[in-house]
Design a protein around this ligand. Structure first.
Ligand code: SF4
Ligand code: SF4
Length: 367
């Protein structure tokens, strides 16, 4: 099996070239290899690579291969749309930039609490339905970065959606702020086809701490950490396509290798590796919650510490994690509400200086 989709998000630049000086010849070679090895899905978005992602689709895919040879996934930058008319304007621009007359999967990009509110205000789901009815979008959906609860709300209100694009990988499966596992279960419960993004967590799971690497290597010396990560996601039932942003021919060839779905033992091993990866965390909070009932400010201490750990370990993910904190803390109990009384710390079996860490957490989570 191999369900790998080619995400046009990390394309190679020309050696010594400028910021947007992409290596069209190499990208074309990667596309040719991808299709020759059985790949069928190309993924892009209006905002990827400052528009160069769509240019790459036009130059390296649609201009060079029969249109029925691949499926094209495109996303509407709904956060830029101030009106319903804006949706059509961006859609037409996307068709032109990609050099196509239709998209096989058309999604609203990056729904989170704020972007979802705008999608409702400007009737973006009606826009999706219209595109599907006229045949310029074969299937419709959205990419998602938010809580499982909000995902459930959206899918309940919009059963017309065919597919959702979720961040899925073994490290984020239970990670606060992402909760891959619960989002996955929610999409499955609603009977949606699932597209997966960030299976290697932006490359994080390609280079592991030594202990985690050895753990995996002992089971399969010939599998790279990235191969483990890709196989985890592709082995999940309900996952139709696993998008990966490849940037070299070697990566395309390695990632397209056929494989058997992971066994239960291999899944379990990955979760052990995940625990090791999480091991070097900023705050050694175990989430026991012994401190919580003692807080006069009703601060959910372990929850904020989990988010703080996450954003400290992956600062580049802050754009996703901080809105989740904002959503969860909107009703009260913000980290900055801590008055430093220390009532919590006396109950912490890990001996954490909770008031001090909370102050640091507030400065990061509420920046
Ligand atoms: S120090 Fe802060 S977190 Fe701890 S109990 Fe007091 S207010 Fe709550
Ligand atoms: S008592 Fe300590 S280890 Fe337990 S949840 Fe609170 S901060 Fe975390």
């Amino acid at each position: 099996m191999n369900k790998l989709g080619f995400g046009f998000l990390r394309l190679p630049l020309k050696e010594g070239g400028g910021t947007n000086d992409y290596d069209w010849a190499s990208i074309s070679e990667m596309v040719d290899a991808y299709l020759a090895l059985g790949g069928t899905v190309i993924d892009t978005c209006y905002t990827y690579l400052d528009g160069c992602s769509e240019e790459a689709v036009r130059r390296c895919v649609t201009a060079r291969h029969p249109r029925d040879r691949f499926a094209l996934v495109e996303k509407l930058p709904g956060y830029y749309c101030k009106s319903y008319a804006d949706c059509q304007r961006y859609f037409e621009e996307e068709l032109t930039r990609c050099g196509t007359d239709r998209f096989d999967v058309f999604m609203l990009h990056w729904l989170n609490p704020e972007n979802y509110a705008r999608a409702e205000q400007t009737d973006q789901f009606r826009f999706l339905r219209e595109k599907k009815a006229e045949g310029t979008a074969r299937r419709i959906g959205f990419s998602y970065h938010g809580s499982p609860e909000l995902l459930d709300t959206i899918l309940t209100r919009h059963p017309e959606v065919d597919t959702v694009l979720l961040q899925l990988n073994y490290l984020d499966w239970e990670a606060p702020g992402i909760e891959s596992g619960r989002c996955y279960e929610t999409a499955l419960r609603h009977g949606k086809s699932i597209f997966a993004m960030e299976p290697v967590k932006g490359g994080t799971l390609a280079v592991l701490p030594e202990e985690a690497r050895q753990l995996l290597c002992a089971a399969h010396p010939d599998w790279s950490p990235a191969a483990w990560a890709l196989r985890f996601v592709q082995s999940l039932s309900g996952v139709e396509t696993c998008l990966s942003g490849m940037n070299s021919l070697a990566q395309v060839k390695e990632n397209l290798q056929p494989f058997e779905p992971l066994t239960e033992a291999e899944h379990a091993l990955l979760f052990r590796a995940a625990a090791v990866i999480r091991g070097a965390t900023k705050v050694p909070c175990t989430g026991c919650a012994y401190c919580v009932p003692h807080c006069p400010q009703h601060i959910p201490v372990p929850e904020w510490f989990r988010l703080f750990n996450e954003v400290s370990r992956y600062p580049e993910e802050g754009w996703k994690i901080l809105p989740v904190y904002a959503e969860k803390s909107a009703a009260g109990g913000k980290a900055s509400a801590c008055i430093g009384c220390g009532a919590c710390a006396r109950h912490c079996p890990q001996g954490i200086d909770i008031p001090a860490v909370m102050k640091e957490a507030a400065s990061v989570l509420e920046r």
